[in-house]
Design a protein around this ligand. Structure first.
Ligand SMILES: Cc1cc2nc3c(=O)[nH]c(=O)nc-3n(C[C@H](O)[C@H](O)[C@H](O)COP(=O)(O)OP(=O)(O)OC[C@H]3O[C@@H](n4cnc5c(N)ncnc54)[C@H](O)[C@@H]3O)c2cc1C
Length: 207
């Protein structure tokens, strides 16, 4: 899966401090290190609505439609996804889960099924069926492209749910890639999320 950062609020942490201090009329308290202290205080108190003023947009290529369906359940985000009505899927790529790839018998069945889907899709097209109806024979494994935009508070929520060991491997891997980019742009806002590279999971450290 390829995850690209398309856009992020510039100087997001400074902006969060500037806006957050409106609540206390405490701009005079800005100093070296105050941004980090201020954001830590917001997160600790759960006053994370201030984090909604910063946002980030990512494009994710090469994920399955099964994964994108999990992602679009998050309602407080904006999404744009490759259309199966307008795009011809006759030569679609697909994702094979490792569990299937590593099992010879399962892999054979899976590949045969996906090839059959391709064949049926093309047959329906040749019978004059539009892409929007021919797509009913496409599998969950089909590759898709999706763009997601949301604010930092909602990114924290998604990371909490989708980086956890309870989430599926595909959305977890994407979440880890997103978290790495968020951490490098706004380290304090996401510092309580720790990535375990070996297990490919995210844990939240409560301070
Ligand atoms: C491990 C795991 C397993 C899952 N299994 C299933 C499953 O088997 N079947 C299934 O259908 N789904 C499943 N889901 C999806 C899950 O039920 C949620 O739809 C999805 O995670 C979106 O999360 P959310 O509703 O918290 O947050 P979002 O939609 O991201 O919203 C963020 C937050 O805003 C608030 N909010 C948003 N909308 C409303 C509202 N209308 N009313 C009140 N508050 C609101 C809530 O506080 C919410 O947590 C699973 C998710 C996970 C992480």
């Amino acid at each position: 899966v390829l995850v690209e950062l398309l856009s992020i609020t510039p100087d997001a942490e400074e902006l969060i401090e500037e806006i957050g201090r409106t609540a206390y009329l405490s701009w005079d308290k800005k100093s070296k290190g105050s941004t980090e202290r201020f954001i830590r205080m917001l997160v600790k108190k759960g006053h994370t609505s201030v984090l909604e003023h910063a946002k980030a947009t990512f494009r994710i290529r090469g994920g399955s439609r099964a994964f994108t369906h999990q992602l679009v359940r998050h309602r407080l985000c904006a999404f744009t996804q490759q259309s199966q009505r307008y795009v011809n899927e006759s030569n679609f790529n697909y994702i094979t889960p490792k569990s299937i790839e590593n099992n010879e018998a399962a892999n054979q069945i899976f590949k045969a099924f996906v090839h059959q889907c391709r064949h049926l899709y093309k047959t329906l097209q040749s019978l004059g069926i539009k892409n929007e109806d021919a797509r009913f024979v496409l599998p969950n494994a089909i590759e898709s492209v999706i763009v997601i935009t949301t604010n930092f508070r909602q990114w924290r929520h998604i990371i909490n749910l989708r980086g956890s060991k309870h989430a599926q491997w595909e959305i977890r891997n994407v979440t880890i890639a997103i978290l790495q980019m968020l951490k490098s742009n706004a380290p304090t806002c996401f510092e309580d999320f720790i990535i375990n590279e070996e297990e490919k999971v995210v844990r939240r450290i409560m301070k």
